[in-house]
Design a protein around this ligand. Structure first.
Ligand code: BTN
Length: 345
């Protein structure tokens, strides 16, 4: 049975505000009286919120006769912690955190069907039935990674929804580049790799009619602090985590906030200026232009060529060694050698 236990959704705004007060004054002791004044609630309510935050693992210590001090917000994925200090326009308008759920994508789709607003974010500490692409499973142990689904409701045609996949790939790559010294590559269409090993995957799911999108769920899984023994032995392709690749543990709350900010900024660009800037950023961030690649279309006739661009529909453009131009809409593309020069598109 799936345990459906939201880690925090009740009174989230007050708890977020309390955390923001402490985070804005690192190391400071803040009295219950001051918190009461800031939030305009009773002392008992302050005490209840403090205890609730503590229950979720946030270390707020009592300083006798003076108040409370935040020792560590910890790596606890709760609504208040993710929302504290988040400066997004749309993403995170509502944040729901599950201690465990089957799949955040399934939860997000359910919420979207019930009318959840654009920007709703579903996070889980662990997933029991994490979904990967092509019906595969996404290994989702608790306490170590990021499992995130975002509901968007853009006024676009269904065939343009693929652009949002590129948008999320750029956002993930940028967030990784910011929080670590690693240089991720986007493997077409949407795997994020570090030194050839997959560190993040995207599963964007669409609910649409013929000529309009009802909603898109951007599903994002990033291996943050997974250790080698947590990867199944029979993985199809090599995988890694930021911890394994850099030796540094990543704060999941900080990463979630960074990712939401990147997604929000890029979505803003997309709504204003369309796909063109996203495509340009994808090509830059993906570092695929000019690369020598091997393309396997699943027909037992792999070929090699040079990446020359990404087209309007999201197809990868490859100039074959024999001079022919290919538009790749599905298939496996493996980078054989780095590109030395940019191409058009
Ligand atoms: C892939 O196969 O590369 C896509 C993996 C996508 C995994 C994420 S984790 C959060 C969201 N919820 C899911 O069940 N899947 C996506």
């Amino acid at each position: 049975m799936t345990i459906r236990r939201p880690a925090a959704d009740a009174a989230p705004d007050q708890e977020r505000l309390i955390l923001e007060v402490f985070q804005g004054r690192p190391g400071a002791v803040v009295s219950g009286e001051e918190l009461r004044g800031i939030l305009g609630i009773s002392r008992t309510a302050v005490w209840k919120h403090i205890n609730n935050l503590r229950r979720h693992g946030i270390r707020l210590v009592t300083v006798p006769a003076r108040g409370y001090r935040l020792e560590a917000a910890g790596d606890v994925l709760v609504q208040a912690a993710v929302a504290a200090g988040l400066t997004t326009k749309r993403l995170g308008s509502r944040i729901i955190c599950f201690a465990e759920t089957g799949s955040t994508n399934v939860e997000a789709a359910r919420l979207a069907d019930e009318g959840a607003v654009e920007g709703t974010v579903v996070l889980a500490d662990g997933q029991s039935q994490g979904k990967g692409r092509l019906g595969r499973q996404w290994v989702s142990p608790p306490g170590v990674n990021l499992y995130c689904s975002v509901i968007l409701r853009p006024a676009i045609l269904p065939q343009s929804a693929v652009h949002l996949t590129y948008l999320s790939a750029v956002a993930v790559a940028r967030a990784i580049g910011t929080i670590s010294s690693l240089k991720p590559r986007i493997k077409w269409p949407n795997d994020i790799l570090i030194d050839g090993c997959k560190v993040a995957g995207l599963l964007n799911e669409l609910n649409a009619e013929t000529d309009r999108v009802n909603y898109v769920v951007l599903g994002i899984g990033v291996n943050l602090n997974m250790t080698a023994d947590q990867f199944p032995a029979d993985l199809r392709s090599p995988a890694t985590s930021l911890l394994l690749a850099s030796g540094e543990k990543v704060d999941r709350v900080a990463f979630a906030q960074l990712l939401l900010k990147e997604l929000d900024d890029l979505y803003d660009i997309f709504l204003k200026d369309g796909y063109a800037p996203i495509r340009r950023l994808w090509l830059e961030q993906g570092r695929m232009l000019g690369c020598l690649v091997q393309v396997d279309l699943g027909n037992n006739r792999p070929f090699t060529g040079m990446v020359t661009g990404l087209d309007e529909m999201g197809a990868l453009l490859v100039r074959r060694d024999d001079g022919g131009e290919e538009r790749i809409v599905a298939g496996d593309v493996r980078v054989l050698a780095e590109g030395s020069h940019a191409a058009g598109h």
